[in-house]
Structure formats: structure tokens, C-alpha cells
Design a protein around this ligand. Structure first.
Ligand SMILES: Cc1ncc(COP(=O)(O)O)c(C=O)c1O
Length: 390
């Protein structure tokens, strides 16, 4: 009998999630699935045509490790056009297999065994696993619900999280699952603490083009931060191509070298025929980006107002395509209990936010719904909720 368990101690506890169970429930009950965090329609046809042509005509062989030079150039142009960040495409940009690999490669490339990595809790689910694979430890700082129904952190808790063991802070703005967009003041405090404590910022900005209130501020643009920040994004969210898995990390050459070194032995190179299409997507006109955000903003309104009409307390997101509702307003105490009952009761699927928390007690009553779905689908879901709860 081989020695058990097979899963290494670093990865134990990451195997099972409630998502599979809920997808099964969704299929069984024919429910409208607002649990899945991806759009139900594909990105621009003109961009898909470029990918299709590349599959037929190439490139189809290993691209260079940093990405095709024209993709590196397009990423650098994008960072300059939207955020005023100037990059050398060949040394300060690396293409990755989605933002997920950029995050994992940053952690593996930078952390010593036993280092601490600060994360804001709740976190996107790959963070804790990426930190574990790097042999580091997560140091959560909780985003508490505030009286104006948004989420914020306590300054003293953040300060206390920075210790001599802290190697990096893994930041996500706009933030999944809360929809929080970090403000200049909040980012300035984080920046000040990074500089004071010689900590690297790994900034996951995959929702950079989905900001409804306020504006997106890359932490790399704050004074003294470029030299200690890895900025990460991908083609998935901004262009509705989540399955292409083309991402990137940008920053100063020594940090990008650390990411490349890890990435080289994880995947070496990434989706050759999707690279020219991703470069073209990054160069789309301003209209594309403004239409995208205004379209998602309309969908946010459908779901936010629908949830309010059905009697839920709603945490309106300032960014991303997720909205948080508090199920205590519907007579439930626990988001998991609510989400397991919801397909039968209302014909809708949502995700319990507590699965995103290191300490689930901090998010017991919250559920997340994704509004990157067709307006008709969203109206249908809201109608079902109104009937079941309104
Ligand atoms: C915050 C956040 N980071 C990263 C990712 C993954 O991005 P990619 O598909 O480019 O790996 C997601 C996807 O849901 C996300 O929500």
C-alpha cells in the first residue's frame, strides 16, 4: 500500500470546495447560475478572428519565454496608455499562463520558506494555495463590512501584520469577492508600510477595467512603489476570454526576472496563437473599454436593485462583476446553508463568500453573485429571487 495521504502537507485542505456540489445542484434543479465567476458570452469577434487565423497560420510553436515581442510591446503600451507606467517591453514584461501563473510564479520566485505574505481576507482562492506552494505562510488582514455597506480594513490590524518575516503583500484591487476598489489613501498607507518594512507588493489587477465608482489606481504608480511592485493582469476579465489564460506580470527588471525564473519551469511559454489576439485586444479603442464598463454597470444595477427588491441587504461593488448580499436579511444565518437551499427554493445559484476567507467566521452570512451574464438571464434570476423571497 503506498504511503498516504498522497497530497503533500502543503496542499492538504485545498482539495475540496463547495463549488462542485453547487454546480451539480444547479444542473439538477435547472437553476440560473450566478455562482460562476466568468461571462456567459465571448469577447469581441474581431479578436477571436485573429486567434483563429493564428491557429491556422501560426505562431503555433513555443513562443519566447517572456512572450511574443509584439505582445510584450502591447502590454507595455497598455500600461502607459491607461496608467502612465513606462516599461521596457523586453525586460520589464513577462507573459504568463493567466494571472494565476503570474501570482504563483511571483510567490515561488520571491519567497523563502517560512516567509509571511500579507493578504486581504477574503481572498481569491488561488492565493492561499500559491502561498503554500511557495512554502510561505498567509498573514490575513480582514476586510470588515462597514456601516455604509462596503468593506474596509483596520489600520492598526494592517500595521500589526507587517513584521520582519513579511516578504510580500498580495493585493487585489478591484477586489474579488467584495467588489472593493482600494482608495488612494488606503493604497498610500499600504505603500508607506511596504517601503518602511522593505516588503514587495504583488498587485493583482485583473479587474482594472471594471471600476464603477472611484478609479483604479495601480499601487506601482505611488511614489517609491514601482521598484518594489509586480503588477499582474490578464486577458480573461477585461476582454471576456477567461479560457485563453494569457496573463502578464510587469515591473522592474529584477522582480520580473524572479517571476520569469519560476515561470520558466512551470510552463516555460504560454498559448502561442492567443498571443497576437491578446496584443490586438490590448490595443482596442477607448470605446471598447468605456462600453464594457458601462454595460457591466447596467448589469450591476439589474442585480443590485433586484436583490434589494427581494429584501436582501446588498454590498454594492465599486468594481469587478460580483455583488455581495447578506443572507441574514432573508432569514438565514449561514451562507452555505443558504446557497445549498437556493437552487431548490428559488432556482438560482450563488456562492457562499465564506469559502474565500482564511477564517470563515468573518464571512458567514455573505454570498457572492456574478453579474457577468446576459441581462435577460439576470432579469430572470432576479424575478425568481423576488418570487421566492420578496
Ligand atoms: C482576483 C482574481 N485574480 C486572478 C484570477 C485568475 O485570472 P486568470 O484566469 O487570468 O488566471 C481571477 C479569476 O477569477 C480573479 O478573480
Amino acid at each position: 500500500m503506498p504511503r498516504q495521504p498522497f497530497v503533500s502537507s502543503r496542499l492538504q485542505g485545498f482539495g475540496t470546495t463547495i463549488f462542485a456540489e453547487m454546480s451539480q445542484l444547479a444542473a439538477k434543479t435547472n437553476a440560473v447560475n450566478l455562482g460562476q465567476g466568468f461571462p456567459d458570452s465571448d469577447g469581441p469577434a474581431a479578436i477571436r478572428e485573429i486567434a483563429a487565423a493564428a491557429v491556422l497560420d501560426g505562431p503555433n510553436q513555443y513562443p519566447p519565454i517572456g512572450g511574443h515581442p509584439d505582445l510584450q510591446l502591447a502590454i507595455a503600451e497598455h500600461q502607459s496608455r491607461f496608467w502612465g507606467i513606462t516599461l521596457d517591453p523586453s525586460t520589464q514584461v513577462v507573459a504568463t499562463t493567466g494571472a494565476t501563473e503570474a501570482i504563483a510564479a511571483s510567490l515561488i520566485g520571491l519567497c523563502e520558506l517560512g516567509d509571511d505574505v500579507i493578504v486581504f481576507d477574503p481572498t481569491y482562492d488561488s492565493y492561499a494555495a500559491g502561498i503554500a506552494m511557495a512554502g510561505a505562510r498567509p498573514r490575513p488582514v480582514v476586510l470588515h463590512p462597514t456601516s455604509d455597506q462596503t468593506f474596509g480594513f483596520d489600520e492598526a490590524e494592517l500595521r500589526a501584520a507587517f513584521t520582519p518575516r513579511t516578504r510580500a503583500i498580495l493585493l487585489n484591487t478591484p477586489h474579488n469577492p467584495t467588489g472593493k476598489v482600494f482608495t488612494t489613501e488606503e493604497l498610500s498607507l499600504i505603500a508607506e508600510l511596504c517601503i518602511e518594512n522593505d516588503v514587495i507588493a504583488i498587485s493583482d489587477e485583473v479587474y482594472e477595467h471594471l471600476v464603477f465608482d472611484g478609479r483604479h489606481i495601480p499601487i506601482a504608480t505611488l511614489p517609491g512603489m514601482f521598484e518594489r511592485t509586480i503588477t499582474i493582469s490578464s486577458v480573461g476579465k477585461s476582454f471576456s476570454f477567461t479560457g485563453w489564460k494569457i496573463g502578464w506580470a510587469t515591473g522592474p527588471a529584477p522582480l520580473i526576472t524572479a517571476v520569469r525564473t519560476a515561470k520558466q519551469f512551470l510552463t516555460f511559454a504560454t498559448g502561442a496563437p492567443f498571443q497576437p489576439a491578446t496584443a490586438a485586444a490590448l490595443r482596442l479603442s477607448d470605446d471598447y473599454f468605456s462600453d464594457f464598463v458601462s454595460d457591466m454597470s447596467d448589469r450591476r444595477t439589474i442585480v443590485g436593485e433586484g436583490l434589494v427588491a427581494a429584501g436582501f441587504d446588498v454590498y454594492w461593488p465599486s468594481g469587478t462583476y460580483f455583488v455581495t448580499a447578506d443572507v441574514t436579511s432573508a432569514g438565514y444565518r449561514d451562507g452555505i446553508e443558504f446557497c445549498l437551499a437556493l437552487p431548490e427554493r428559488a432556482g438560482v445559484v450563488a456562492v457562499p463568500s465564506q469559502v474565500f476567507y482564511q477564517d470563515q467566521a468573518n464571512g458567514t452570512s455573505f454570498v457572492r453573485l456574478c453579474f457577468a451574464k446576459q441581462p435577460a438571464v439576470l432579469h430572470d434570476a432576479m424575478h425568481r429571487l423576488a418570487q421566492a423571497f420578496g
